[in-house]
Write a protein that binds this ligand. Structure first.
Ligand code: EPU
Length: 351
């Protein structure tokens, strides 16, 4: 009889993190079925409070500053099912945590379902998507999420957390705030049968116009997003990176206005809160001269100042040191504190 999981020892992680960092896991547990999690907890394989096991998704939002000391978990379940099609406007789709994110987007578009198209080509897994509330081109995944299924390791039970309980915010959710509590096992999405394209984000309408499309379907929007991303962001299969390394900072409105008075071309975005504005971190970093900068194999992408890159054999520590220098220079020049987007393993972000 299968236990529903496999335990691997001393596992090289270079191909399991999109930065391509040469780390090694002491132990990796591959979990086929969420039903195996209570048994793993009982067997001590989910770690303990001092060293909880960490879920490895697509490794696209992680920086290994050194080898992890805890056990890593990989959720392998990869089913996609329509679980409710009674509503004339929406269907509810349930995808297991191990589904590749972009594969889910392409599956939904092949079914003629809209809602995820602006999030095409984001690296990672479905299970990781709600954790940092992935977002791109004017859409955040939390807007489409009905519920997240998870294993609550404090209580040893499976739970279903509805949209409100997930507490989504910009690049944030309850799962990011308490990363070691719930293990996401599946996500339920409300997807639209009718096209309602979200084209407000700069560049998207222009890309569709360049494709000669006037009334875009969700698949057309997905294709435009893919073209934009391919042009602007380095492909992790060719050059190690974790997408945006910094979050766009949210600052008090008065501070944002003072900065824009001095730097009229600094992009400002609403922050979903009248007292604050979101600034473009890429603009701030580029203004400090970092775009295309390189220290050995650790660098800043030539095409996008928000993306740190590993040109070959940079260590996580070298990338972290570069990130801290960028943070310090932006703070010294603009008085704005940048925060990292990826989870840093084996080091803390210095104050
Ligand atoms: N800009 C610069 N220099 C650069 C790049 C951009 O000054 O090198 C300025 C330009 O003014 C540009 C503006 O920044 O118009 C916005 O750039 P972009 O559209 O690339 O968006 P972003 O704010 O830099 C965010 C997300 C990306 C997402 C894009 C598109 C964050 C931290 N990043 O980047 O998400 O793809 O919007 O929606 O919110 C990721 O999270 O990993 C990621 C790639």
């Amino acid at each position: 009889m299968t236990r529903g999981y496999r335990v691997l020892q001393r596992v090289p992680l270079r191909s399991s993190n999109t930065f391509g960092i040469d780390a090694c896991a002491p132990r990796l547990v591959e979990v086929d079925e969420a039903d195996a999690l209570p048994g793993l907890l009982a067997a001590g394989l989910l770690g303990d409070a001092s060293a909880p096991a960490m879920v490895l998704g697509g490794g696209s939002n992680l920086l290994f500053a050194r080898d992890p000391e805890c056990t890593l978990l990989r959720l392998c379940g990869a089913r996609i099912d329509i679980i409710d099609d009674r509503d004339p406007a929406h269907v509810v789709v349930r995808a297991e945590a191990g589904v590749d994110w972009h594969a889910l987007v392409m599956w939904s578009l092949a079914q003629g379902l809209g809602g995820l198209e602006n999030l095409a080509l984001i690296p990672g897994t479905v299970g990781a998507a709600p954790i940092q509330n992935i977002g791109a081109y004017g859409v955040e995944v939390g807007e489409r999420i009905v519920a997240v299924e998870a294993f609550d390791r404090d209580r040893g039970v499976r739970v279903r957390l509805d949209h409100v309980a997930c507490a989504f915010a910009y690049r944030d959710s309850r799962f990011k705030r308490t990363p070691d509590r719930e293990i996401v096992t599946a996500v339920e999405f409300a997807l639209s049968r009718h096209s309602a394209p979200r084209l407000g984000y700069a560049g998207l309408g222009e890309e569709l116009a360049a494709m000669g499309i006037v009334m875009p379907s969700p698949a057309d929007v997905g294709e435009a997003v893919i073209r934009l991303r391919r042009r602007k962001l380095p492909d992790p299969a060719r050059i190690g990176n974790a997408g945006s390394f910094f979050k766009n900072p949210l600052v008090p409105t008065a501070q944002a206005q003072a900065l824009v008075a001095e730097h009229p071309d600094l992009p400002l975005y609403p922050a979903g809160d009248p007292g604050r504005r979101k600034l473009s971190a890429a603009w701030l970093i580029e203004a400090c001269g970092w775009k295309g900068h390189r220290d050995g194999d650790a660098g800043v992408a030539a095409g996008h100042a928000l993306v740190l890159v590993n040109h070959g054999s940079a260590s996580g520590r070298q990338l972290l040191d570069l990130a801290v220098r960028i943070r310090d220079s932006v703070h010294a020049r603009f008085g704005v504190a940048l925060e990292p987007e990826p989870r840093i393993v084996g080091a803390s972000w210095p104050a």
